[in-house]
Design a protein around this ligand. Structure first.
Ligand code: NDP
Ligand code: 2IT
Length: 451
């Protein structure tokens, strides 16, 4: 690794691929950042000599462990749990936990790497981490989920802490799972600390944390539109997913006078040309959280809506797209179809939802493209504010937090805009977010010397 300094993208990526064989999602996330950072550091030898990018692409620590639990039929089940502690140069490791059968080390490494830049962009003192397990919460009883979460925390607790590493939710980890894990952490350590965020309001959670990612991605979209003197009002918006991020994004788009025409889950998408209004969004939230149902049921319940099995929504004509489900859900073909149908803005609520070829098409077409590490940073930013409230042992009011979320997203937009605006006035927010996110972490690492 020492011989391959970050002076050339291919040489750098060959090293990353060799050391992380088969971890394609991790390669993709690193390549996307390196493609912007390597040209930018060419006239900044301090970063090249200190091998800062190489160090950022090598997690500080990877913890992997067995999680045993007993299902309702008394079968013993075995899953694999992880925590990737990527970088704590600017604050304790911070990032979500994902419970999904597709979870691998590669996926969590890409997420922990991205989180490092995202957290830096928020302006708050948080390092980057991510974790989770290949556990599938779908179809499991509450008792099974509780036993899994307790077993998971029985190992994780020794690696985390309010000043060390503060996990939160992600796919498959919401309020229910955070509650079970916090309860187990408290039971094992006999300490009530801010070790997790996304907690319930009764036990140290923050107002606005559930809303923060989806609302934040809509605010980022709004900030991008404002640079062109435009607004969300009157726009047709295609959204994927129907979980935490998607439903709160849909709610905020409605507040701003936009029309949401699709939502989805892993079985397919629903298209409602009349618009998925606030009442319908509330119905979906109840369906997906309390009843743990499928989006297909929406089309049975609301006349005029159609369910498209096994399909993604990107071929439905729209003005704006908000991918809010999972990684690589917008392929090059999907991006082409969005562009040819007139889409002029994309705000990524999910992490790495657009593949590199898709991103390049959007940038070449010079549409407004808000990359995940900027657009969805509202969630982790509100987690940072939950940490502050926990440290103070006080809870701030909803109105104050609502304003803080809005101003934090403005700050993220400003940092990405200033580092990404080009000579012709077009803003490449991908480059802006990568460079602004990199600089703060890199400067902290330089201050520490060789560690
Ligand atoms: P949820 O578990 O609440 O919802 C996930 C949604 O995405 C569900 O509708 C789910 O469908 C769908 N989905 C998940 N995996 C797939 C897949 N492989 N193919 C198609 N659809 C899929 O998660 P969140 O809303 O919290 O997370 C969504 C995205 O946002 C993720 O990329 C996450 O990393 C990102 N994110 C989340 C933040 C947060 O604060 N929660 C913060 C920043 C980013 P189904 O029900 O069928 O599984
Ligand atoms: O991807 C993300 O930013 C999250 N899942 C939220 C992380 C957090 O610590 O709130």
């Amino acid at each position: 690794m020492c011989a391959k300094r970050a002076t050339n993208l291919d040489t750098f990526m060959n090293g990353v691929i060799e050391r992380n064989a088969g971890e394609t999602e991790f390669h993709q996330a690193v390549r996307e950042v390196a493609a912007d950072v390597i040209p930018w550091i060419q006239d900044k030898p301090e970063y090249i000599e200190a091998q800062v990018l190489e160090r950022m692409a090598e997690p500080d620590r990877i913890v992997s462990f067995r999680v045993c639990w007993e299902d309702d039929n008394h079968n013993i089940r075995v899953n694999r749990g992880y925590r990737i502690q990527n970088n704590n140069a600017i604050g304790p490791y911070k990032g979500g936990l994902r419970f999904h059968p597709s979870v691998t080390q590669s996926i969590l490494k890409f997420l922990a790497f991205e989180q490092t830049f995202k957290n830096s962009l928020t302006g708050l003192p948080m390092g980057g981490g991510k974790g989770g397990a290949d556990f599938n919460p779908k179809g499991k009883s509450n008792s099974e989920v509780m036993r899994f979460c307790q077993s998971f925390m029985t190992e994780l607790y020794r690696h985390v802490g309010a000043d060390t590493d503060v996990p939160a939710g992600d796919i498959g980890v919401g309020g229910r799972e955070i509650g079970y894990m916090f309860g187990q952490y408290k039971r094992i350590t006999n300490q009530f600390t801010g070790v997790l965020t996304g907690k319930g309001l009764e036990y140290g959670g923050s107002e606005m944390r559930p809303e923060a990612t989806g609302y934040g991605a809509s605010y980022f979209l709004e900030d991008m539109l404002h640079t062109r003197g435009d607004a969300i009002e009157g726009k047709k918006v295609v959204i994927s997913g129907s979980g935490n991020v998607a439903t709160f994004a849909a709610e905020k788009i409605n507040h701003r006078g936009g029309t949401v025409i699709t939502l989805s889950d892993s079985s397919g998408f629903v298209h409602d040309p009349d618009g998925i209004d606030i009442e319908k969004v509330a119905w979906i939230k109840e369906l997906k959280t309390a009843r743990r149902g499928r989006i297909k049921e929406y089309a049975d319940h609301f006349p005029g809506a159609e369910f498209h099995e096994g399909k993604r929504p990107w071929h439905v004509p729209c003005d704006i797209a908000m991918p809010c489900a999972t990684q690589n859900e917008i392929s090059e073909d999907d991006a082409r179809s969005l562009l040819s149908n007139g889409c002029t803005a994309v705000s990524e609520g999910a992490n790495m939802p657009t593949d590199i070829a898709g991103i390049n098409l959007f940038l070449d077409a010079k549409i407004l493209f808000g990359p995940a590490k900027a657009a969805n940073a509202g969630g982790v930013a509100m987690s940072g504010l939950e940490m502050s409230q926990n440290s103070e042992r006080r809870s701030w009011g909803q109105e104050q937090l609502r304003e803080l979320l809005r101003s934090t997203m403005d700050g993220i937009h400003k940092r990405a805009y200033e580092a990404g605006v080009e000579a012709d006035g077009y803003c490449n927010y991908v480059r802006g977010a990568n460079i602004a996110g990199f600089k703060k972490v890199a400067d902290a690492m330089l201050a520490f010397g060789v560690v």
